[in-house]
Design a protein around this ligand. Structure first.
Ligand SMILES: [Cu+2]
Length: 143
């Protein structure tokens, strides 16, 4: 009688132990994948605000007329600071804003009011700009 009793007790103890073990594993396993998925990708994008106009920057006057941007291609040296002075000379709404998609810069261009946009030519290649509707284009060619 006492022998059967002990066996039953041992069985229930080991069952309780198994249950405790499996629930501990389940709790530990769940938070890990979401924690590791959240961490990468925090570096992307240039969150740096546009610098205040650099006094040493080279100024380039660009006219935005119904014919488009003039000049539409601006050569620059790598590392150079530029101030692009856009002047819109047409009532056409097409050119009411200028946008640098790669730099995430967008500025309104009021008619006949020069708008300065500081640009740093950080790497070689083209820095494109365009009207707000992406119909007219220009670029800075960095070498
Ligand atoms: Cu346009």
């Amino acid at each position: 009688m006492s022998h059967a009793h002990a066996a039953a007790l041992a069985l229930s103890l080991s069952l309780a132990g198994l249950a405790a073990l499996s629930s501990a594993v389940a709790c530990k396993g769940s938070p890990e994948p979401s924690a590791s998925a959240a961490s990468p990708g925090s570096v992307g994008g240039s969150a740096t605000p546009a610098p205040a106009t650099d006094p040493n920057a080279r100024r380039v006057d660009i006219t935005a007329s119904e014919k488009g941007y003039s000049p539409s291609s601006i050569p620059a040296k790598k590392g150079e600071s530029l101030t692009l002075r856009f002047t819109r000379t047409t009532e056409s709404e097409c050119l009411s804003a200028v946008e640098f998609p790669d730099l995430k810069i967008k500025r309104d261009l009021p008619v006949n009011k020069p708008v300065d946009i500081p640009i740093r030519a950080e790497k070689t290649g083209d820095i494109k700009f365009q009207c707000g509707m992406a119909m007219l284009f220009g670029k800075i060619v960095v070498e």
